[in-house]
Design a protein around this ligand. Structure first.
Ligand code: SAM
Ligand code: SF4
Length: 318
């Protein structure tokens, strides 16, 4: 599937629920959110049909995200169904990891290729302040369980000015001790995130270099998306930087999204497009879904700098 700007679109991110067990200060408000009624979320069969259509249209990698995807009781079955779709080469997930420990092995067996675990601090009190939940130990158990299950993990951290800056070095040190990737993501001015000024990745890199010496940029693999990776002689793993604020990667964007209410999003920063839930619930077969995607992809905007998004990240699926 190629858009008007010659970009091959082969990566789909699906937000399978808008619910979450955490309340990260830059993502969700503490007070009761207006979550979608369950019947408005796509069912396992509906997500499967939608992804079958996407695979026919040329999607090869699917990321399951949310909200918190592990809040879905059928998440293992969902991974299994999607990973069996012909054409889908990789099914991956983004999770806060809190419910991961008992599921890691099952998810791996179901066909999950890897999981990005979001942990913004290794200090229990700071983690609790940032997520408003005292569950760092559970998230760390989730990471260990992935190690035991042979499920590759990446750790994602959003630096929050004046909040977890003191812990960034400790998080980076996970990549010193283990052959994993620790990635820093600049705060995006979306939803609650608008209240926090981004800590530029350049600042984080300089702080790391002040302690560990030079970090050398590794060759970019097209499949790595917007992350830029660095190695250091003292580190077993790599440090990645995702810089939506200070750097533009729109020209190589290969992704589309479907929100928790089943709306197609051609760009993170643009309003929703076609209602795919309506299409699927109306009985559309994968071939028809494919045709709709191929037609809508021509509307994918050149970049994300011309309009903005008013929906919070937990509704879009970060
Ligand atoms: N609940 C899962 C998690 O936290 O990994 C998946 C959904 S969450 C919305 C996905 C990612 O988006 C997380 O790594 C989170 O830190 C990030 N995120 C949320 N709001 C953000 C913002 N305003 N700017 C940058 N990243 C954000
Ligand atoms: Fe939940 Fe993820 Fe948002 Fe935190 S960032 S509140 S874990 S959806």
């Amino acid at each position: 599937m190629t858009d008007r700007f010659g970009r091959t679109i082969d990566y789909l991110r699906i937000s399978v629920t808008d619910r979450c067990n955490l309340r990260c200060i830059y993502c969700m408000k503490e007070e009761q959110q207006s979550f979608l009624p369950k019947e408005e979320l796509l069912t396992l069969a509906e997500w499967t049909r939608l992804c079958e259509g996407a695979a026919l249209a040329g999607i090869r990698k699917i990321r399951i995200t949310g909200g918190e995807p592990l809040m879905r009781e059928d998440v293992v079955e969902l991974v299994e169904a999607i990973s069996h779709i012909p054409g889908i080469e990789r099914v991956v997930m983004t999770s806060n990891g809190v419910h991961l420990a008992p599921l890691a092995e099952k998810l791996k067996k179901a066909g999950l290729s890897g999981v990005n675990v979001s942990i913004d601090s290794l200090d229990a009190k700071q983690y609790c302040r940032l997520t408003r939940r005292d569950v760092l130990a559970d998230a760390l158990e989730g990471l260990k369980a992935c190690g035991r299950a042979g499920l590759p993990v990446k750790v994602n951290c959003v630096p929050v000015a004046g909040e977890n800056e003191t812990e960034l070095l400790h998080l980076a040190e996970l990549a010193k001790a283990y052959p994993i990737e620790v990635r820093f993501i600049e705060m995006m001015p979306i939803g609650e995130g608008s209240a926090f000024p981004p800590v530029e990745n350049e600042t984080v890199r300089k702080r790391l270099e002040a302690v560990y010496g030079k970090f050398v940029r590794t060759e970019q693999d097209d499949r790595e998306g917007p992350a830029v990776y660095y190695t250091n002689a003292h580190f077993k793993g790599r440090i990645g930087f995702i810089s939506p604020v200070s750097r533009s990667f729109c020209q190589s964007c290969n992704r589309i999204r479907v929100t928790a209410e089943g709306k197609l999003k051609l760009c993170l920063h643009h309003p929703v497009d076609r209602d795919l839930r309506e299409l699927v619930r109306g009985g559309a077969e994968p071939e028809e879904i494919q045709e709709v995607l191929r037609e809508r992809i021509l509307q994918k905007p050149r970049d994300g700098h011309t309009t903005d998004e008013s929906r919070p990240m937990w509704k879009i699926g970060g």
